[in-house]
Design a binder for this molecule. Sequence first.
Ligand code: ATP
Length: 338
Amino acid sequence: MMTHPVTLIPGDGIGPEVADATARAVEASGASVEWDRVEAGLHALAEYGQLLPDDVFASLEATGVGLKGPTATPIAGGHQSINVALRKKLGLYTNFRPVRMLAGLRTRFHDLPLDIAIFRENTEDLYSGLEHEVVPGVVESLKIITRNASLRIARAAFAYARRERRHKVTAIHKANIMKLSDGLFLRCCRETAAEFPEIEYQELIVDNACMQLVMRPETFDVLVMPNLYGDIISDLAAGLVGGLGIVPGANLGDRHAVFEAVHGTAPDIAGKGLANPTALMQSAVLMLAHLNEREAAERLQSAIERVYAEGKHLTGDVGGKAGTAEFTDAVIRTMDAR
Ligand code: ATP
């Protein structure tokens, strides 16, 4: 059996709890993974004086694959967000977030078979971190949109749609107001759409997209958008399928992949053993598939789905009474029972 070296970044807040739970679940999935555990975030800042120490990059350079818990960035302290720094430095230009309804989960939309794939551009837009004070009392934040990055994310979305036999790609924008920047993004999506004639292409203004996602979420298939709309739409879409505790994510570049849930550090429940590790576990399923460990990926995913279908060991955020450990034990028992 092949052993895969993987960089494990537990992170802050609920990060270490969901990362430990997920590492246990991956080990029980049948895949052989060797974790290289490195610290980033507030822990690292306290211990090494750096939010994102160099050994994180050294490890990811060696392994090429990371599993990451959420990390906190001190607000307004002059620190660049860890996620933004990682994505830029490693060229992780695609943020992929598959939003699926887990059978058995009671949400407001549980009777709808939701399966929405979100492709969020990960390196530019208002996340470029280019802000300055023009004169006292006036600040400027630069929204950067480039043809290269827009074509790259559009191609990733359409290539996924073709590979997975999905039927429609929707580009989300505000080009009626930001005519140059979002206008360029849309032109790149249109150009790409022309290379994939079998896939239906649609455009929606972001405010309308929010309303349609709540009123008719089942009509959405693959979504592609710039960075900021992607951040907001991801949380909205997570709300449709049970919240932030559920939705996984992958940051993908040409040479590296870092798998990470959509949620943040959830300081309100950190350290209490209450966090739902499903989002990071489903991110680990994406990671196992990326490592070509198809059987282990399928085993972990179907165990998660069976624990939800049974409904007896779910965490508080999705209406259950279990803690992180009880849910994780149930997933591992289900895999072992097969
Ligand atoms: P950030 O600003 O860091 O991206 P966020 O705005 O996405 O963070 P979170 O820290 O993820 O916010 O938390 C939002 C809410 O969702 C909180 O009430 C938190 O407790 C809940 N939440 C987030 N993740 C989980 C989880 N894995 N399990 C249970 N509850 C969660």
